[in-house]
Write a protein that binds this ligand. Structure first.
Ligand SMILES: Cc1cc2nc3c(=O)[nH]c(=O)nc-3n(C[C@H](O)[C@H](O)[C@H](O)COP(=O)(O)O)c2cc1C
Length: 329
C-alpha cells in the first residue's frame, strides 16, 4: 500500500503536491477544484501589503502599459482581487469547505506596517502563512547585506505575531544563496519552511511595437533546475522544511525534487496549462514511478540524491560539473 503522506510546516499532508499561490487559488471555487483533484495543501493567492494598507492604487500604477492579455491577467492576478476583509473571509470559507491545509499568503516589502494582520489570518483559521517578499533591490546604494537583513527582519517580525508556522518564499538572485538560506532556515529563529524559488514576472521587449511587455507568465519544465540544484545542496542542512517550486510540471518532476530532498513541491503553471485534473495526473505518475522502484513511502527515497547523503559531499557539485562539461563518467 503506497503512502504519499508527508509532514510540512508541522501539518500532515496526504501527499506532497501543493498548489502554489496563484490566480487559481483566488476564490473558493478554485480552492474546491484543487482539493477535489487531490492536492495535498493549497497556498491561497497572495494579498499584497499595499492592499492590507488600503493603498490599492499603487498596484494599478505599477502595472503600467502591458497590452498582452495574459500579462494583464498576470499582473492584475498578482495582486489579489479582494481586500483584506474579503481575504479573511476566503480563509474562513476555504477552511470550512475543504479538509486539506490552507496556507494564507502575503506579498510584502516590509513587515512593520501589516504584521498585526498576520494575527487576523491566524484567527481566521489559516493553517500556516507563506510570505513572499516582493522587494526589488533597484538602487545601487543598497548593499546585499542590507537586502538580506531585510529578509531576516520581515521573517522575525511576522513570526513574533503568530503561532502558526511561517514559510518564506524567496527568489534565486542572491550572491550566496546558501548562506542566506542558513540564516533564514537554521536555528531557533528559523522559518517553518523555505519555498524556492519564486518566479518573478519577466520583462520582454516587443520589437514590432517598440514596447516593453510582460514575458510569458507561465514556466516551462526546463526551469526546474535552479530549485533542484539548491534542494540537492541544502537538504539535510537546515532546520526548516524545503518546498520546491518553479518548473515542476509532472509526477517525475515531483519525484526529482523529492529525491533531491524537498519536503513538498508547489505547482502552478502546469495546472494553468492542463486544468485541475493535472493534480491527479501528477499523483498517478508519482505513484507508478514509486511502484516501479518499490518505494512504499516518501521517506524511502527522499533526499537520497542530496549532497548530504552523497558518498563524497566535498566534491559533489564539482564532480557533476566536470562530468557535464567533459562527458566523462
Ligand atoms: C498568474 C500567476 C499568478 C501568481 N501569483 C502569485 C502570488 O500571488 N503569490 C505568489 O507567491 N506567487 C504567485 N505566482 C507564482 C507561483 O506561485 C509559482 O511560484 C510560480 O508560478 C512557479 O511555479 P510554476 O513553475 O509551477 O508555475 C503566480 C504565478 C502565476 C502564473
Amino acid at each position: 500500500m503506497l503512502d504519499l503522506s508527508t509532514r510540512y510546516l508541522g501539518l500532515t499532508l496526504k501527499n506532497p503536491v501543493v498548489v502554489a499561490s496563484c490566480g487559481l487559488t483566488t476564490g473558493l471555487q478554485g480552492v474546491k477544484n484543487c482539493a477535489a483533484a487531490g492536492a495535498g495543501a493549497i497556498v491561497l493567492k497572495s494579498l499584497f501589503e499595499e492592499q492590507i494598507n488600503a493603498d490599492v492604487s499603487a498596484l494599478t500604477e505599477a502595472a503600467g502599459d502591458f497590452p498582452h492579455t495574459e500579462a494583464i491577467e498576470y499582473l492584475e492576478g498578482y495582486g489579489h482581487a479582494c481586500g483584506p476583509q474579503e481575504y479573511l473571509e476566503l480563509v474562513r470559507s476555504a477552511k470550512q469547505s475543504v479538509d486539506i491545509p490552507i496556507i494564507a499568503s502575503v506579498n510584502c516589502i516590509t513587515a512593520e506596517r501589516w504584521a498585526d494582520y498576520a494575527g487576523q489570518l491566524e484567527t481566521a483559521g489559516a493553517d500556516a502563512l507563506e510570505i513572499n517578499i516582493g522587494f526589488l533591490a533597484n538602487t545601487p546604494a543598497l548593499t546585499s547585506a542590507e537586502v538580506e537583513t531585510r529578509y531576516e527582519r520581515i521573517l522575525q517580525t511576522v513570526k513574533a505575531q503568530v503561532k502558526i508556522p511561517v514559510a518564506l518564499k524567496v527568489g534565486p538572485y542572491f550572491s550566496s544563496f546558501g548562506n542566506l538560506a542558513k540564516r533564514l532556515g537554521k536555528g531557533p529563529q528559523a522559518a517553518g519552511a523555505l519555498v524556492f524559488f519564486n518566479r518573478f514576472y519577466q520583462l520582454d521587449v516587443d520589437v514590432n511595437r517598440l514596447q516593453v511587455v510582460a514575458g510569458n507568465p507561465y514556466s516551462t519544465q526546463d526551469e526546474i533546475h535552479t530549485s533542484l540544484r539548491w534542494i540537492l545542496l541544502l537538504a539535510g542542512k537546515l532546520d526548516c522544511d524545503l518546498a520546491a517550486t518553479t518548473g515542476i510540471h509532472d509526477g517525475l518532476d515531483v519525484a526529482k525534487q523529492l529525491l533531491a530532498g524537498a519536503t513538498v513541491t508547489q505547482v502552478c503553471s502546469t495546472i494553468y496549462r492542463n486544468g485541475f485534473v493535472q493534480i491527479s495526473n501528477i499523483l498517478t505518475q508519482l505513484e507508478s514511478w514509486m511502484k516501479s522502484h518499490e518505494f512504499n513511502n516518501l521517506d524511502d527515497f527522499r533526499g537520497r540524491l542530496s549532497q548530504t547523503d552523497s558518498k563524497d559531499p566535498e566534491s559533489y557539485e564539482r564532480l557533476q560539473y566536470i562530468k557535464g562539461l567533459t562527458g566523462l563518467e
